[in-house]
Design a protein around this ligand. Structure first.
Ligand code: CP
Length: 325
């Protein structure tokens, strides 16, 4: 167990050792147990987290804010559009200034080609830990919650098959951060990862290469497919969600037209029946219901989406308690 994570930024799980990730998961399960028993756990009394959002959120905002209160501290909600960030506060200024008011800075910035760079600039200027609440490249706190959920449902994930697949959605171009961080983490945990998508929806090549190297080291595997049905066959974990054709399209209209060619990529009961009998269906939410996934699946017996959403709370509390104490 790695016991000194104080002061550490969490921008990508890939930048933390496997020992460090295991420590977070261990503490997260302990905090989940304490909450279930009603045991107070004010490890961050009088500490404050700044939560800076450049993009909308339901789960991330609500779980970080609730988590800070349960740890005995406070979270302040800051939105880029309603502050002077919209009028020119720089990343460096934000890091310096919010770092002097707070004990941690959490940021969501999903703009393609911008978000990750912005978070790293803030982290460079900040004297307190910077936590990535989702950028254009990574979504580490979602993936910690996903790992918790897989461990709860499947035990040791080594040798299990996880399908990380694209699915069609019409609402907006969703970031590629979830599938990218997920293939990195699942390969590190020795899973057999199937990355499934139409040709236009590939992930960043260097991320796929890192996942391949993770798989080699952890004796797992990474397989790339472009057949949605084949991706389901015999799989233990089905994680099918939409993402944008960000590496292909130059604007939203072009990306929507590309996605519409694959409008039949919906997770429905027929496809779930191709997976293992006890397979779980995962999605980080929000989902485009009956476009991306059928109600019968997301509300059905295989679905663990509410456990995933709950585990955001416990995983983030673990990260905050370990880094901000
Ligand atoms: N899964 C997730 O990050 O949800 P929100 O966008 O609602 O925060």
């Amino acid at each position: 167990m790695h016991t000194d994570l104080r002061g550490r930024d969490l921008i990508s799980l890939q930048e933390w050792t496997r020992d460090e990730v295991d420590t977070v998961l261990d503490v997260a399960f302990e905090l989940k147990r304490k909450r279930a028993l009603g045991e107070p756990h004010p490890y961050l009394r009088d500490k404050v987290l700044a939560m800076l959002f450049f993009f909308s959120s339901t789960r991330t905002r609500a779980s970080f804010e609730a988590g800070m209160a349960q740890l005995g501290g406070h979270a302040q909600f800051i939105e880029s559009r309603t502050t002077q960030i919209a009028h020119g506060d720089t990343a460096r200024e934000i890091g310096e200034i919010l770092g002097r008011y707070n004990d941690g800075i959490a940021i969501r910035h999903c703009d393609w080609g911008v978000g990750n760079r912005y978070i790293r600039e803030v982290a460079e200027a900040s004297r307190v830990p910077v936590l990535n609440m989702q950028c254009d490249v990574f979504h580490p706190h979602q993936i910690l919650a996903d790992l918790m959920t897989i461990l709860e449902r499947k035990g040791d994930p080594r040798g299990r098959t996880i399908t990380v697949s694209w699915a069609y959605a019409a609402s907006y171009q969703k970031p590629i951060s979830v599938p990218q961080d997920l293939i990195l983490a699942a390969t590190r945990f020795g899973m057999n990862v199937r990355l499934v998508h139409p040709p236009e929806f590939e992930l960043m090549p260097d991320i796929v290469e890192q996942a391949r190297e993770n798989a080699r080291r952890a004796h797992g595997s990474l397989e790339l497919l472009d057949d949605f049905d084949a991706g389901f066959r015999g799989s233990d974990v089905v994680y099918a969600k939409s993402w944008g054709a960000l590496l292909h399209a130059s604007d939203d209209a072009e990306a929507a037209a590309i996605a519409a060619r694959h409008a039949d990529w919906i997770t429905d009961e027929r496809r779930m029946a191709l997976a293992a009998e006890d397979a779980i269906y995962m999605h980080p939410l929000p989902a485009d219901r009956n476009v991306e996934v059928a109600d019968a699946v997301i509300d059905g017996p295989h679905s663990v989406v509410y456990d995933q959403a709950e585990n955001r709370l416990h995983a983030q509390k673990a990260v905050m308690a370990l880094t901000m104490r």
